[in-house]
Write a protein that binds this ligand. Structure first.
Ligand code: ZN
Length: 284
């Protein structure tokens, strides 16, 4: 009789051990430059916007204009490449811990509705404005169809989140350890559980602090690596949840993938497996 499996680790699509994702908030004009850089380096990521705060359509977005993009410009910028996910950041960027839960529900659903109208699909991502939330808000977000919600608490790690509605990033782009973390991420490799590098910030900070070199240097270091999956936030969330949905026999040697996503995993640190959607495999 075959022995039971002892150890199973998730791998990202293609069997990759690492994933990079970005999360940038508020949708200011500097997102245009950030999107161009992401396209140049093939970096995917998520932009969290407030659809109740668009400036008038006739706003002239000249080089000295500082503020949010117009609705039409949002569509032009974020639909220019398949690298970008648009997620909620509430309708009007309030302190949601100061609102009634009914008001919070409105802030989320109104933002979701507008994002879905302009960008298509089902909007299920969120970043907490000002990083504030509560247990009641997390419960409400589940009801409102939100799959993940990002905080502002740096983990300085590459751990896969336990709770996707309390999604703590690796760090903000201004963290002094950013390039040290990037060096480790690129040059080292996880043995068992895969690594997620989750970077967040606001693109206007690069102008305010005259430090676009931070993100340019970061992209140059981490881009176009064969062992890194470059994904939006919802892609990582959906993939991880699909992995958690795998069904195992008692000895772990028969595995069924009930999802619509192709899943990769590593067993006993020596067997690499790929399980097609709906497929059942036997591990020798
Ligand atoms: Zn914000």
């Amino acid at each position: 009789m075959a022995t039971c499996l002892h150890d199973i680790s998730m791998r990202f699509p293609g069997g990759k051990k690492k994933c990079l994702t970005l999360s940038y908030d508020d949708g200011h004009t500097q997102d245009v430059r950030l999107c161009e850089l992401m396209k140049k380096w093939n970096i995917a990521g998520t932009f969290n916007i407030n659809t109740g705060m668009y400036p008038p359509e006739d706003t002239i977005l000249s080089s000295d204009y500082k503020g949010r993009l117009t609705r039409s410009k949002y569509k032009e910028v974020y639909l220019s490449a398949p690298l970008f996910e648009i997620a909620t950041h509430c309708y009007t960027h309030p302190f949601i811990n100061k609102l009634s839960l009914g008001q919070v529900a409105y802030e989320i659903m109104e933002d979701r509705k507008n994002i879905e109208a302009d960008f298509g699909g089902i909007c299920r991502g969120h970043a907490y404005p000002y990083g504030v939330y509560s247990k009641d808000i997390i419960d409400l977000f589940k009801t409102c169809g939100i799959a993940y919600a990002r905080t502002t608490k740096a983990t300085l790690s590459f751990n896969i989140p336990d709770n996707w509605l309390e999604l703590n990033p690796t760090c903000h782009h201004a963290h002094p350890d950013l390039m040290k973390l990037a060096d480790t991420f690129v040059n080292d490799s996880p043995v068992k559980d895969p690594w997620l590098f989750y970077l967040w910030g606001h693109s206007f900070e690069f102008d305010n602090n005259n430090n676009w070199y931070i993100i340019e240097n970061f992209f140059e270091k981490v881009a176009n690596k064969e062992d890194i999956w470059y994904a939006t936030n919802i892609q990582v969330c959906d993939y991880t949840n699909a992995y958690k949905s795998l069904q195992f026999s008692a000895d772990g040697r028969t595995i069924h993938n009930p999802t619509s996503i192709e899943i990769f995993l590593r067993c006993d640190n020596k067997i690499d497996l790929r399980i097609a959607p709906g497929d059942t495999i036997a591990v020798d």
